[in-house]
Design a protein around this ligand. Structure first.
Ligand code: XBP
Ligand code: MG
Length: 244
């Protein structure tokens, strides 16, 4: 086994959070006096733009030129996004969202095997803290050697910045790591950083193209650390047949 670290995406991977994000966006639009409503079908499309601020800006430019043309667009978007993050955190803190199937077991198996854990996400730090605190306990941050998020890695997926920075800070070579993602943007970011990737798809991403993934699962419910190590070793054997 040559695996040293597992790097988790957050939204859609650790937990099925995008419906909570969608509701939070709509509540923030209402608070801001904006007649914008993102239904499920539209949100599935808008998820192609990673990062909440980027998503709001993209939507405004395409759908509300009046809003987009006013001066100070960046700060107005930041205010709407701040409200959205407050609504998101409030919903998570109400206990509405638990970890997806198999995630907790996989984290515990990886810790027991002495692997390092990391997070590489485009979401905001407050969102990660709320989700992990309520699901993994107040000391959740101690269990992850590295957390790369919208603040530390502002260039969002599919750009590999968060993954490049994660492996750098982990001190692991890319081929000693495994990424777990839910989306095409996340897969492309991890592959661009040279990291083998497992997909745990969900209703917001099950139409995405996952070419290049080691495996695609509906969830991690039946996926053990041994499964992942076997897949990783198989990949290595194919890449360098004699080195396995
Ligand atoms: C998914 C995203 C995030 C969330 C919204 O992040 O693209 O933008 O949709 O969160 P992940 P913010 O990389 O974890 O899949 O509003 O904080 O961006
Ligand atoms: Mg995701």
């Amino acid at each position: 086994m040559h695996l040293e670290a597992i790097i988790f995406d957050v939204d859609g991977t650790l937990a099925d959070t995008e419906e909570i994000h969608r509701r939070a966006f709509n509540r923030a639009f209402a608070d801001s006096g904006l007649a914008w409503q993102w239904d499920v079908a539209l949100y599935r499309e808008l998820l192609g733009v990673t990062g909440g601020r980027e998503r709001i800006t993209h939507y405004a430019i395409d759908n509300d030129p009046g809003f987009a043309a006013q001066p100070g667009l960046e700060s107005r978007v930041a205010e709407v996004h701040r409200r959205k993050t407050n609504h998101y955190v409030a919903q998570i803190n109400s206990g509405e969202v638990s970890l997806r199937p198999g995630v907790r077991d996989l984290i515990e198996q990886a810790e027991a095997a002495g692997l390092k854990l990391a997070i590489a996400t485009t979401t905001s730090p407050a969102n990660i803290d709320a989700l992990c605190r309520i699901n993994l306990g107040a000391d959740w941050r101690r269990r992850f050697a590295v957390v790369e998020d919208a603040r530390t890695a502002p260039t969002k997926k599919p750009d590999p910045m968060a993954y490049h920075q994660a492996i750098e800070r982990l001190g692991c070579a890319a081929d000693r790591c495994l990424a777990i993602e839910d989306s095409a943007n996340g897969l492309q970011a991890a592959l661009a950083a040279g990291i083998a990737t497992i997909i745990s798809q969900n209703r917001y991403t099950d139409h995405h193209a996952f070419d290049g993934a080691l495996a695609v699962y509906d969830d991690l419910g039946d996926v053990t650390l041994d499964t992942l190590i076997h897949l990783k070793n198989q990949q290595e054997a194919q890449l360098c047949p004699r080195s396995a």
